[in-house]
Design a protein around this ligand. Sequence first.
Ligand code: ATP
Ligand code: MG
Length: 196
Amino acid sequence: MTQVIETNTAAGEETVRVFFAIWPDAAAKRQLDELAERLEAVCEGRKVRAENIHLTLVFLGEVSVDRLDALCLAANEARGTGLRAFDFAVEEIRYWKHNHIVYAGTSGIPQELLDLVGALQSALSAAGFSFDHQAYVPHITLVRKARCPAPSIELKAGLPELVQPVVWPVREWVLVKSEQASGGLVYIPIGRWPLA
Ligand code: ATP
Ligand code: MG
């Protein structure tokens, strides 16, 4: 997903690449990292570093530094709508052939997750931010540049099954800056909002 959303910037302004996301707690992170390691062995490619494993809620792309305060205010607005904490059960492994990504997800999206994404999208739209309005498909990228044996997007053949779901307790969401560093991609949290 490299589509650049350019409408959050004005010419000549300093920008940052940002997105709203949730990050796994230590136990979920360890389990997802172990899973990524197993998948890397099956599918080749390169696994996402443990500290980078996350679930994107809303991707904004390049945003003017001057608009970061407005972005945080929009998140405050979303929080004010009484969003609830929840447990996210990760129980599916899938392969996107078109971009060679192996990801984990769920067959049943929790209502609290849909509420969180919906509240953020509404607050961001009201504050004049642009983002992709396509239907939300929660996906946790685990391996990139994969060559899975699965012959189609939906077929799971060749991929290991998750014997037990990874239970990910979701208690807050974050605003994250995405930067290319010499050691690879780094995600730097620049704001946090708790769930009730
Ligand atoms: P890379 O682009 O180097 O493969 P990445 O996709 O993890 O790494 P970013 O491009 O900064 O890093 O994206 C941050 C997050 O936002 C990722 O979870 C990514 O899947 C998601 N994302 C990126 N572009 C889009 C988009 N156009 N629509 C929705 N989500 C996106
Ligand atoms: Mg990307």
